[in-house]
Design a protein around this ligand. Structure first.
Ligand code: ADP
Length: 357
């Protein structure tokens, strides 16, 4: 097991840290050492005096390019996300705060009374804020955020996918608390059987082993959040791996209002309350991402009115404000991306396997 001891969640000591730079690592290049050193540093760094050794050893034995991929493309350095950045989803936010954040942030009050849901499945239409929520959970926990795309693993890194999953969990153990966010999880956990030793199967086995290890460790401060817009494709025997399965629905009218006003506030616009209310009404059935696309399309409306020759010279202050007509034009291009049939599937799946209602 790679578990870390609870008493040792303070900073990694220079003594133990020194091991990474020791000359005994002569099988590795200076570059590799620097990479590992870099990997070990971070806001969420936690040390383990007893079992960190095995993590250290594994890190030393991990190929440089894998650590490179994890630190450069998977550890996510984006700006922190606050609850207010996520419109709507009030019920989901309440569940997450109460059942995921409080037990971690106030472990004293919860001691022994509750098992932290370390594995969460967020399912629902694309573009509804699942990634935002994952990032928000990481921000609230002060955790390192790891974003792994299931489709990226399959299409871009298939040959190395199993090793990348392994390396990601390894680095996550070094930089606890950590939130590992895996999108398109159905790509890893699909019920469609592939050949025994195929890269996909090996990746799935590695992921499940890592998840098992996270779930069985009382000390590791790692939360695994998986997201999918195709929950029905997840092998039924693997659903049990998720302690919480939460439907992330389309934004309701209040949420759409918040997204529109927030995006418009970054531009000069001339719409009255009635027109904004009309936009909210007309975007019924839109995902948060669809609403964002609509607004992005509308706010470039004033640029369309400029002669092409002036486009590069024009200053933002010289543009006319965005109007309702710009939205009228945008509606011709942007339609809701989710069908009612798809929505019904989520509602059905939620009734059978969801935890929110
Ligand atoms: P998902 O992971 O569900 O596919 P994301 O979290 O990546 O969706 O959201 C994509 C984008 O859509 C966000 O960056 C944001 O602009 C917008 N968006 C989606 N849902 C919301 C929401 N609930 N509140 C605010 N913005 C949202």
């Amino acid at each position: 097991s790679y578990g870390t001891s609870k008493n040792s969640l303070g900073s990694r000591t220079s003594e133990s840290f020194g091991k990474y730079a020791s000359p005994s690592m002569n099988e590795h290049s200076e570059e590799h050492r620097q990479l590992i050193t870099h990997t070990m540093q971070g806001p969420g760094l936690r040390a383990a005096t007893s079992s960190s050794h095995s993590v250290d050893e594994q890190l030393k034995n991990t190929e440089t390019h894998l650590i490179d991929i994890v630190t450069n493309e998977i550890v996510n350095q984006g700006p922190p996300v606050d609850w207010n950045d996520i419109a709507g989803l009030d019920l989901i936010k309440a569940v997450v705060k109460e059942e995921v954040l409080w037990p971690v942030l106030r472990a004293d009050a919860f001691n022994g009374l509750t098992a932290l849901p370390r594995s969460i499945l967020l399912f629902g239409p694309c573009g509804t804020g699942k990634t935002l929520l994952g990032r928000c959970i990481a921000s609230q926990l002060g955790a390192t955020f790891f974003k792994i795309s299931g489709s990226g693993l399959v299409t871009k890194w298939l040959a190395d996918a199993e090793k990348i999953v392994h390396a990601s969990f390894l680095v996550a153990r070094c930089r606890q608390p950590s939130v590992i966010f895996l999108s398109d999880i159905e790509m890893l956990l699909s019920s469609q059987v592939s050949e025994d030793h195929s890269p996909i199967n090996r990746m799935r086995t590695e992921f499940l082993m890592q998840l098992d290890s996270v779930l069985s460790s009382a000390e590791d401060q790692i939360v695994v959040i998986c997201a999918t817009s195709k929950p029905e494709e997840i092998d039924e025997s693997l659903r049990r791996y998720f302690m919480k399965r939460l439907l992330i629905p389309l934004p309701d009218s209040t949420a759409r209002h918040q997204i529109i006003v927030q995006l418009l506030s970054q531009h000069s616009y001339c719409l009255n309350d009635k027109e904004v209310a009309l936009l909210v009404q007309r975007t019924e059935g839109f995902s948060g991402l669809d609403v964002a696309h609509l607004c992005q399309e509308a706010v470039v409306g004033p640029l369309h009115a400029m002669p092409a020759t002036d486009l590069t010279a024009i200053m933002p202050g010289q543009l006319r404000p965005v109007t309702y007509q710009d939205f009228e034009n945008a509606f011709c291009k942007i339609q809701p991306s989710i069908s009612q049939k798809e929505l019904d599937t989520y509602i059905e799946w939620n009734k059978m396997f969801g935890c929110s209602q």
